[in-house]
Design a protein around this ligand. Sequence first.
Ligand SMILES: Cc1ncc(COP(=O)(O)O)c(C=O)c1O
Length: 385
Amino acid sequence: MRNIYLDNAATSPVFPEVIDSISKSLQSDYGNPSSLHRLGIQSEKKIRRAGQLISNTLGIESGQIIFTSGGTEANNMAIIGAALARQRQGRHLITTLIEHPSVLRTFEFLEEQAFEVTYLPVDERGLVCLDRLKEAIRKDTILVSIMHVNNEIGSIQPIREIGQAIKAINRDIVFHVDAVQSFGRLDLSPRDCQIDLLTASGHKIHGPKGIGFLYKKADIRLRPIIFGGGQQDDLRSGTENLSGIVGLEKAVEMINQKKKECPNKLYNLKDLLLTQIKKELAQAVFPVDPTLTAPHIISIAFPGLLGEVILHALEEENVYVGTGSACSGRRRQQSHVLKAVGLDSRAIEAAIRVSTSYMTSQEDIKDFVTILKNVVKRLERFSRR
Ligand SMILES: Cc1ncc(COP(=O)(O)O)c(C=O)c1O
């Protein structure tokens, strides 16, 4: 029986073309990008070419793409780097309660270094309130970090309005956006949204794991968090992961092509999923209004059943979904995101996360709903005993 993989917000299968380009790069691009000879220059050119494609995709003309080991490192680099670079101007930072742990844990670290952090709440749709944000900004605020799409519930923050609001109050406040879940799926223009720093990751867009980037606007200063040979303009020392960068470049190229060929693909899958669920599983509830969320992430709950039990029962049928975020999923902590949107413990534990990708088909969705219906029916029979 084939796998039906619907856990793409955790990670996505690698495009075959990406595997091919990585394999070729490993064979031919063995020169160190810092070496002065021809092989080194060839490697360095490939890094520049990848940076250029990402810049074009983001619609930016200047600024820098700094390659990192993924979204986690890019978030750490952005938040710690900007806070340390601007600490003389102030020590107040703002973020939200529903960020990914790579953001939340980084802010906790900065609190230990005598920075003060305001954690903005969200409403039942998983959205921050612009007025609350404006009220939270102080004279000593130096950085605001707000994610674009939430990895558990798919809520989409109004990044353009947020950027405008921040910069209208104080142009010098650095605005960082964790776009790991939205890059390649939803358009986001750093220029129009006044974003200074933007994080993305390769493995969420059918690229390899262990590669990502931070976009940095030209005039933004960062204190590096990794020291060594001074690669990438001293911002991220360490020999670059060239095959990872080449794989990421290919993934971006493929995604751009797929978006052009079939711009509504993810929305169509979501519509089909919602229609089928409503038709076949009347008992399903949606912790956040699914019509407002990102096209690829849908949180569904079955009151009285445990999400984790559903996940394992589906796994028996070669169907893969998620519960909370991949990172906290195995630590058996209750989702801080579902808590922040106001769900009680029972409701939190009932949720599963279904996430699609450009490799998901309409058949996958139809078969998934049929299998889910049988699984839920069986589990409900058990739970009534
Ligand atoms: C919103 C968000 N930010 C950051 C990350 C971390 O990215 P990476 O796995 O590349 O370190 C993830 C991964 O799940 C994520 O969903």
